[in-house]
Design a protein around this ligand. Structure first.
Ligand code: CA
Length: 226
């Protein structure tokens, strides 16, 4: 099994290399995103261990670009920051798992084994609603082929609503799935983001795309048959 390690700290990189080699992996190394990205894009790796904090292109961006280029090797991200936001950003960028530094080598090896055993993640399917198209793999949203720029949260909110198209989704459910388990976020934050989405999307439809269901939440209305 061939593993690509992208990590800028020399000591950490050599610990990873020796540990992975001792566990029987063939290891390629890159000391930053600039060097690691083209290697990853060449493909042929069974897994990629990717540090988040890199000097040039950060790990999130490396992962995003790999997925955009349809490279689907499982990605295990490493970070020193134990923040919910970072975990979400990593998973949004297409990472498959996440390990917070410092970690025990045994933990990394077992996570890696699990990822490789699970195999390549299937390419997530494109979500549509009439002429609206959201591709979770390439992170592109378009309307009749014309790209629409959304922020990360707007994208996550639209993706969640599209997964539950034509269903009423409760505010608390949306908060949990889009913002994570964060007690500091108020549920009215959703209104601001729904407003943005409406501004960007509704004018293209001949009916209100996102309905407010009073006292409950929201519903994304789509044509029943597509
Ligand atoms: Ca680093």
């Amino acid at each position: 099994m061939r593993v690509l390690v992208i990590e800028d700290e020399d000591k950490m990189r050599s610990v990873l290399r020796r540990g992975l080699q001792a566990a029987g992996y063939a290891v390629s190394e890159a000391e930053d995103g600039e060097a690691g990205l083209p290697r990853g894009l060449e493909g042929g790796y069974d897994a990629i261990v990717l540090d988040v904090l890199l000097p040039d292109i950060d790990g999130f961006e490396v992962c995003r670009r790999l997925r955009r280029a349809e490279v689907w090797a499982p990605v295990l991200m490493l970070t020193a920051l134990d923040a919910v936001d970072d975990r979400i950003t990593g998973l949004d960028a297409g990472a498959d798992d996440y390990l917070v530094k410092p970690f025990a080598l045994g933990e990394l090896l077992s996570r890696l084994r699990a990822l490789i055993r699970r195999g390549r993640p299937p390419r997530p399917s494109v979500l549509t609603c009439g002429p609206l198209r959201l591709d979770p793999a390439t992170r592109v949203v378009s309307w009749n082929g014309e790209p629409i720029e959304l922020s990360r949260r707007e994208f996550a909110l639209l993706e969640f609503l599209l997964h539950h198209r034509n269903e009423v989704v409760q505010r608390t459910t949306i908060l949990l799935h889009v913002w994570g388990d964060r007690p500091d976020e108020q549920s009215n934050i959703i209104d601001a983001f729904v407003k943005n989405l409406r501004h960007k999307l509704d004018r293209r439809f001949d009916y209100p795309l996102i309905e407010t269901v009073r006292g409950v939440g929201f519903r994304l209305r789509c044509p029943e048959r597509e």
